[in-house]
Design a protein around this ligand. Structure first.
Ligand SMILES: Cc1cc2nc3c(=O)[nH]c(=O)nc-3n(C[C@H](O)[C@H](O)[C@H](O)COP(=O)(O)OP(=O)(O)OC[C@H]3O[C@@H](n4cnc5c(N)ncnc54)[C@H](O)[C@@H]3O)c2cc1C
Length: 235
């Protein structure tokens, strides 16, 4: 609708998905594409629910779906860091069948996904077991109704395995393997370890300067946000 409002798109045909009941099904770790942010906010796992709570306003959360968030494939989509951090897959279907696309093969560039013509996003498939602790955070120019300058999810499992996924700081949502490896090896991270983790995250992101922020600010904020989320997981 944003593209239509700005006159960048004039679709001749519009397909309404709201009455396709199957797309609203949520069974265990398979969440239908037409599940709204409102539902994720109430019923979703920790960091996904936290992300849902920050999407737009109550009106947007009542109408907006997780499938639409993926369909846009915006680098700033607030739902993407959780999917990347837990290694989720996207289920897509067409007249010829269904396929499961790992998150890192789904996002291919800014507002570009690997969805083929004639394919519909049908669900998000989370792993059977989620990491023990996870948290979402977002930095923007105001507290609510804001597109992320940086958004992130950090997960930490009982064995110390840590993941960090960030949005708005690269062409697509991204993970920072160097930071993950370094901190996963620390069973009880010290002040110095936390500082190094933040530094590696700042170094590992690939932000640009645009009307919302400078590259330098995004780099700095990414490190600070990731460290805070990790500290919350460690508490
Ligand atoms: C005022 C406002 C505030 C917003 N705030 C946020 C925010 O804070 N964070 C955020 O992440 N987003 C935000 N958004 C963007 C948007 O509302 C959300 O990303 C929402 O999840 C989109 O879902 P939708 O169902 O409305 O998708 P639509 O807008 O209907 O569709 C988006 C795109 O995805 C495609 N699509 C939709 N469903 C499918 C499907 N099942 N399979 C294939 N393609 C599909 C559509 O064709 C379209 O290209 C905001 C939007 C507005 C207008």
């Amino acid at each position: 609708m944003v593209e239509v409002n700005f006159g960048r798109r004039r679709p001749e045909t519009v397909v309404g998905l709201r009455r396709v009941a199957e797309l609203k099904e949520w069974e265990g770790n398979r969440i239908g594409a037409a599940v709204t942010w409102r539902r994720v906010e109430r019923e979703g796992p920790g960091a996904y629910a936290q992300a849902a709570r920050t999407v737009g306003s109550p009106q947007i959360r009542n109408a907006g779906t997780i499938g639409g968030n993926l369909g846009t494939a915006s680098p700033a989509g607030d739902g993407h860091p959780f999917l990347a951090a837990v290694d989720a897959s996207i289920e897509v279907a067409s007249a010829t069948g269904r396929r499961l696309v790992p998150w890192n093969e789904f996002f291919v560039g800014p507002k570009r996904s690997s969805l083929q013509q004639g394919e519909l996003i049908t669900a998000v498939v989370l792993p059977e077991r989620l990491p023990e602790r996870h948290g979402f955070g977002k930095v923007g120019v105001r507290n609510a109704m804001v597109i992320s300058t940086v958004c992130a999810v950090v997960t930490r499992d009982h064995d110390g395995r840590t993941t960090v996924a960030l949005g708005s700081v690269g062409p697509t949502v991204l993970r920072v393997p160097a930071a993950e490896e370094m901190i996963s090896a620390e069973s009880n991270p010290s002040e110095a370890d936390l500082a190094e983790f933040a530094r590696l995250v700042s170094e590992g992101v690939r932000p640009i300067t645009d009307h919302r922020s400078t590259e330098q600010y995004r780099r700095h904020a990414a490190g600070v946000l990731a460290r805070r989320l990790l500290e919350r997981c460690l508490r």
